[in-house]
Design a protein around this ligand. Sequence first.
Ligand SMILES: [Zn+2]
Length: 83
Amino acid sequence: MPIYRYERKKPAAGCPRCREGFEVTQSIKDAALATCPDCGGAVAKTPVVAAVGRSQANFDDRAKSAGFSKLKRLGKGEYEKQY
Ligand SMILES: [Zn+2]
């Protein structure tokens, strides 16, 4: 069965599950979800291809080439700059 990815329409208002986006295995015949199963907030289906291609490595490369630095959180108030 295909996997569909859903994301909160307003990420700031979502619960931990839909704020990050979540995946649901659904039959093609099933209707798309309109709300998050956890908090009931409005969610939108996003293309599965995009979700599959978005690995952490790709994200790091994109962030780096865009000039962002990545900070790794070491503990409370402590960050290590990774690049
Ligand atoms: Zn939610």
